[in-house]
Design a protein around this ligand. Structure first.
Ligand code: EPZ
Length: 430
């Protein structure tokens, strides 16, 4: 398994271009098959999850042509298979977005049930509730989620839980149902809005995305479009926390500052200088940062996908902080790894109690999941001495050229791929 080797202690300084949002791209790629005409999608991040989704679309008969590293042309005309094999959902849960897309277009879909996940149980009951409300028979049989309807009709649906995935999946199916759908208690994340805007560019009629009531007037057909994915606010936030943790000065470019407000507000609260420009945000930290309390919430609250990164920064702050993880039940798996770097953090239920330490010291750690892995890289860059990070495949799922971008900011990080190279860097106990 590839590793990152980091020599920490250097403040990260400079500018970094942020790529397209992975979590918008995954849904938009699925939605692109809802027309039989050509769809061109730009600003796609070149990350593993996106490439798996592209393979999944090919596997069911969709055509995907790369026009360049970040642009594809998709055509759903050739789709002949309405069932997606387990191998894809095993790699990325988000391939279940093909359920809503296929059900909307063909009134039939079958996708393997996502298995367990690193950060929590992640049920799909709200997805099924929405499909059933639209008139589909939906359920789980032999490890597969099946949904089919002779006729999809509009409905008034109240989501029991604010769910990004369920909001997007049901919105896709409702976009091609007969009649009007009202989706209440909908998720408001920027990527939900991006999917709605994308569907509208294909001729759908969706209003209110970004609020908790989305109104959808179903249309019989969708048409071709060209669309560019919004910037990835989680990638941007990850670099903002890297500036805070290393006492650096980083400007994240090609972002939508409004999407980063909860993150910027917390960084200001603990003593960072944050400057917002039209499509960039600059974060500068010179002194030791202060403590705070954080609770993860659906957008526009503090994002759960930034929780591990926040914990790493607070782990170096002056004082005691708490982080309450209210979205997922198992998103503190990085804490034991942070202990190895000298962090002083205790988890009680869904609350992490963090006593800031003067410094982290390098060690060998494992990335437990995507965002926790990125957080451990930040901790290694802040730590004195060498840090080795195993299982970086998790990180590569959601960050394009992560080590290259960090090196451009002065970070001493390299990727090693072979056993021979790893031996060279292995920790030698005295
Ligand atoms: C999306 O996951 C993101 N993934 C996650 O990002 C992100 O952490 C999450 O939204 C929250 O913002 C993608 O977009 C591909 P949810 P999703 O449905 O849609 C419960 C990353 O790092 N729930 O909003 O699966 C669920 O258990 C990933 O990029 C139900 O109870 O999240 C959770 O407690 C990690 N029933 C809460 O809702 C359901 O039917 C929020 O989950 C669905 C969800």
């Amino acid at each position: 398994m590839e590793q990152y080797i980091i020599n920490g202690g250097v403040p990260l300084k400079g500018e970094v271009e942020i790529g397209g949002a992975k979590n918008a791209a995954l849904a938009i790629l699925a939605a692109a098959i809802m027309t039989d005409e050509d769809v061109v999608i730009e600003n796609l991040p070149d990350v593993r999850d996106v490439n798996v989704m592209i393979q999944a679309i090919g596997a069911i008969g969709g055509s995907v042509v790369h026009l360049n590293r970040h642009t594809v042309r998709i055509n759903g005309f050739g789709i002949g298979k309405l069932s997606l094999d387990y191998e894809y959902i095993k790699k990325i849960r988000a391939s279940y977005y093909l359920l809503g897309a296929l059900l909307g277009k063909y009134k039939q879909a079958e996708v393997a049930l996502p298995g367990g996940c690193d950060i929590g149980s992640r049920p799909i009951d709200q997805h099924l509730k929405g499909f059933r409300a639209l008139g589909a028979e939906a359920g789980v049989r032999h490890g597969k989620i099946t949904a089919h309807a002779s006729h999809l009709h509009g409905s008034h649906i109240y989501m029991d839980v604010v769910s990004v995935g369920a909001t997007i999946n049901v919105m896709m199916a409702a976009a091609m149902a007969d009649g009007n759908t009202i989706l209440e208690n909908a998720a408001k994340e920027p990527h939900v809005v991006d999917v709605a805007n994308f569907l509208n560019s294909m001729g759908a009629n969706i209003k209110g995305a970004g609020t908790d009531v989305i109104r959808i007037k179903g249309v019989p057909k969708l048409h071709k479009t060209e669309y560019s994915i919004i910037p990835d606010q989680i990638e941007a936030g990850t670099f903002m926390f890297a500036a805070a943790a290393t006492k650096g000065d980083i400007t994240v470019k090609n972002v939508i500052p409004k999407h980063l407000e909860a993150t910027s507000a917390k960084l200001v609260e603990i003593g960072c200088r944050v400057e917002e420009m039209d499509d960039a945000v600059r974060v500068c930290a010179t002194e030791r940062l202060g403590y705070t309390q954080v609770k993860t919430l659906p957008y526009p609250g503090f994002p759960t996908d930034m929780q591990p990164q926040m914990a790493v920064v607070l782990g170096l702050s002056n004082g005691m902080s708490t982080i309450t993880e209210s979205i997922f039940e198992n998103r503190f798996r990085y804490v034991d790894e942070l202990h190895r770097l000298g962090g002083d953090i205790k988890v009680e239920g869904n609350i992490a109690i963090i006593n800031g330490v003067e410094e982290y010291t390098g060690a060998e750690v494992c990335a437990p999941d995507l965002r926790a892995g990125a957080a451990l890289v930040i901790a290694g860059l802040a730590a004195s001495g060498k840090t080795i990070i195993d299982d970086i495949v998790y990180i590569q799922r959601g960050y394009e050229d992560f080590e290259k971008k960090l090196r451009q900011l002065g970070g001493r990080i390299k990727i090693v791929k072979t056993e021979k190279e790893m031996k060279q860097y292995q920790y030698h106990t005295a």
